[in-house]
Design a protein around this ligand. Structure first.
Ligand code: NI
Length: 266
């Protein structure tokens, strides 16, 4: 499992600087004596034959993961798949923006991002960690944000993990998402309240919550201005046994749909 630990650590250390709240939450939980187990990580990408969901999944598949679920988010214009490993606790959720559903203007910007990635791809060992390989303009960011907050996030940050998710089942001190949420709020963290702070119910077998993304400074390469844009967030998940008596391991579209909005502007 060493190679898998390393793969997840690479994603984690790349993600953490874009989510300062996660550092604070992790260290507060450690101070309470908790050992943190991740439920899943989420990667965001764009539809394409060379950088799409299946391409980003490949390093995980090479280490024993398999596709386990397919999802569609009509309003967000996304499709997603999740992967599981028979003997590894962390699941992988990968989504991509579907060009057939967005405007020509957004498609054109996305194609230009993909072309920039193609220029650099040969020198990279893990495509999922390439980050951004194009210049950032606030004007383009705002234009993308108006139509697709997802496309705007990708434009600012490129290929990397969007969030890590703490498994609440593996916490000792906090027994449920409502318990954990109450503590997070008392500590001053900002929770995503789209559709309610708690997404899902025990009868869905999955209950989730997340912080709102921390604002991160991104330099406009054309004007030099430092723009504050939503960076990354941290999620919390509690799973329940389904009818087969096993812990449910999938995702709930209506909950995930709202979790995506954690990268919205406050
Ligand atoms: Ni998630």
């Amino acid at each position: 499992m060493k190679a898998l630990d390393k793969l997840f650590e690479d994603y984690f250390s790349d993600w953490l600087p874009l989510c300062p709240s996660a550092s604070k939450i992790h260290s507060s939980l450690h101070n309470k004596g908790e050992t943190i187990v991740n439920d899943h990580i989420a990667l965001r990408t764009l539809q394409s034959s060379d950088f799409g969901v299946e391409t980003l999944a490949k390093p995980f598949i090479d280490l024993g993961f398999d596709f386990s679920g397919d999802y569609t988010f009509r309003e967000k214009k996304l499709r997603a798949r999740h992967l599981e490993h028979p003997n590894y606790p962390v699941k992988v959720f990968i989504s991509e923006l579907e060009f057939s559903k967005v405007s020509d203007q957004v498609t054109k910007q996305c194609e230009s991002m993909l072309n920039a990635l193609r220029q650099e791809k040969s020198s990279k060992s893990n495509l999922g960690l390439m980050g951004r390989s194009w210049k950032f303009s606030k004007q383009v960011y705002e234009q993308l944000y108006r139509e697709s907050e997802y496309a705007a996030w990708f434009y600012a940050f490129g290929l990397r993990a969007n969030h890590f998710t703490i498994s609440v089942n593996d916490l000792k001190y906090f027994k449920s998402i409502p318990d954990l949420n109450a503590w997070l709020k008392s500590e001053g963290f900002n929770l995503n309240s789209s559709g309610g702070e708690i997404k899902g119910t025990p009868s869905d077998f999955l209950v989730q919550s997340s912080t709102m993304s921390d604002e991160v400074g991104v330099k406009d390469d054309f004007t030099g201005e430092i723009c504050k844009v939503p960076g990354c967030y941290i999620e919390f998940a509690q799973r329940f046994k389904d009818k087969s008596g096993k812990l449910y391991s999938g995702f709930i579209e209506k909950s995930a749909d709202k979790i995506f909005e954690s990268t919205s502007k406050k």
